[in-house]
Design a protein around this ligand. Structure first.
Ligand code: TRP
Length: 365
C-alpha cells in the first residue's frame, strides 16, 4: 500500500508566513509530486475548541480564513481531501475507545501539552477535554490509516502518543491500525520562523506575524519595522547578521536569482552579509530587498485569495462534500474497530445465534 498523508491546523485565525514556510509550502510540494495513495488536510475545529470552548465564534470565523489560505497557497481540493474535523463523528467515537488505552499520568507527561497548560493558566483548573486532545489527535490520524504526518516539531509528542495507542489497541484487540510517523522540516528556520519583532516564534498571540492575507502595504510596513541589529545605528557601522531577523528571513527566502533581479551589485547572500558585517550597508536597503522577495512570493497568493473569496458558497460546498467523503471512509474504519473490539452485535450473525442458543438451553432445561 502507498503512503497516506494527513495533517491539519487548528482554525484560530488566519495563517501566517511561519505556517507557510514550516508546512504549507511542503504540503503543496508533496501534493503535486503525487507519491501517495491519499492526502488529507484537516481543519481541526474540535481540537481548537478544547481551549476556545467559550469562544466558538472565533473558530467559526477562522474556518473560512483557513480554507481560503489553503486554496490560495495551492492546496488543490481535487488532489487533497480538505475536511472539517467536527463533521466526522467517527473521530469522536474512536477517541472515546482510545481513551481507555491511556492513563491520566501519561497524558500529563506530554511536554507540548505541559507547556500549553502553563501558557493558558490551566494549572489549577484543567479542562479534561484539553488534557486529552492528543488522544483525539491520535484518532484523527489513525481513522484514515495515515502513516505520514507532516507537522512542526512541537507535534512529535502527539505522534509518540498516537503510536503508543496504536500498539495498545492492536495488542488488545488485533491488528487494526498502522503506526504513523511525523515528517518535520529539516531547516531550523523552516521549523520555527522568528517573528518580525525578533521573538523566536511567529505567533498570533505575540502580534508579530506577517499573514498570508496581509495587503501589499501591510507587508511593506511590517518588513520596514522588522527587528535588526540594535547596535547598527549608522550605515557605516559594522553590523551583525546573526539574530538579525531581516537576514534570517533572507536565509529562508532569498535565491541567487533575486540578487540578479533586484540587487545585481551582489552575487549572493554571502556577499550581502559580508558587506553588512564590514559596515556601509544600511538596514533600509536590505529591508527593501527582502520586501521585494516576499512580494514575489505573496502577491500571487493574495491574488488567488481574492479570486476564491468571490465564491465562498462554492468553497463551502467543496468542504461539505469532502467532509462527507472523509466521514464515509471513517465509517468503514469504525466498522473494523467494532468488529475487532467485539461490539459489532447487530452485524454479527454468529454472535446473535450463539446467544439465542445459549438462552434456549438455559431456560428449556
Ligand atoms: N495539533 C495540530 C496543531 O496544533 C493540529 C492537528 C490536529 C493535527 N489534528 C491533527 C496535525 C492531526 C496533524 C495531524 O497544529
Amino acid at each position: 500500500m502507498g503512503d497516506i498523508i494527513l495533517t491539519g491546523d487548528r482554525p484560530t485565525g488566519k495563517l501566517h508566513l511561519g505556517h507557510y514556510v514550516g508546512s504549507l509550502k511542503n504540503r503543496v510540494k508533496m501534493q503535486n509530486e503525487g507519491n501517495f495513495d491519499k492526502m488529507y488536510v484537516m481543519i481541526a475545529d474540535a481540537q481548537a475548541l478544547t481551549d476556545n470552548f467559550d469562544n466558538p465564534q472565533k473558530i467559526k470565523d477562522s474556518i473560512a480564513e483557513v480554507v481560503l489560505d489553503y486554496l490560495s497557497v495551492g492546496i488543490d481540493p481535487n488532489k487533497t481531501t480538505i475536511f472539517v474535523q467536527s463533521y466526522v463523528r467517527e473521530l469522536t467515537e474512536l477517541t472515546f475507545y482510545f481513551l481507555n488505552l491511556v492513563t491520566v499520568s501519561r497524558l500529563e507527561r506530554n511536554p507540548t501539552v505541559k507547556s500549553e497548560i502553563k501558557l493558558r493558566n490551566y494549572e489549577t483548573s484543567l479542562p479534561a477535554g484539553f488534557l486529552i486532545y492528543p488522544v483525539s489527535q491520535a484518532a484523527d490520524i489513525t481513522l484514515f490509516d495515515a502513516n505520514i504526518v507532516p507537522v512542526g516539531e512541537d507535534q512529535e509528542p502527539m505522534l509518540e502518543q498516537a503510536r503508543e495507542i496504536v500498539r495498545a489497541f492492536n495488542s488488545t484487540y488485533g491488528e487494526v491500525f498502522v503506526e504513523p510517523k511525523a515528517v518535520i522540516p529539516e531547516n531550523k528556520y523552516q521549523r520555527r520562523l522568528p517573528g518580525i519583532d525578533g521573538n523566536a516564534k511567529m505567533s498570533k498571540s505575540l502580534g508579530n506575524c506577517i499573514f498570508l492575507s496581509d495587503s501589499k502595504e501591510e507587508v511593506r510596513r511590517k518588513v520596514m519595522s522588522m527587528y535588526t541589529d540594535p547596535n547598527h545605528i549608522n550605515v557605516s557601522d559594522p553590523g551583525n547578521v546573526e539574530g538579525n531577523i531581516v537576514f534570517t528571513y533572507l536565509d529562508v527566502f532569498a535565491k541567487d536569482s533575486d540578487f540578479e533581479k533586484y540587487l545585481p551589485e551582489y552575487k549572493n547572500l554571502d556577499e550581502l552579509k559580508d558587506h553588512y558585517r564590514r559596515g556601509g550597508l544600511g538596514d533600509v536597503k536590505v529591508k527593501k530587498f527582502l520586501n521585494k522577495i516576499l512580494e514575489d512570493e505573496l502577491a500571487p497568493i493574495r491574488q488567488r485569495r481574492q479570486e476564491y473569496a468571490k465564491d465562498m458558497d462554492k468553497i463551502f460546498d467543496m468542504l461539505r462534500k469532502s467532509s462527507k467523503e472523509a466521514s464515509e471512509i471513517g465509517r468503514k474504519k469504525i466498522e473494523q474497530v467494532h468488529k475487532a473490539m467485539g461490539i459489532d452485535y447487530f452485524e454479527n450473525k454468529e454472535y446473535i445465534s450463539s446467544i439465542s442458543e445459549k438462552f434456549k438451553k438455559e431456560y428449556n432445561k
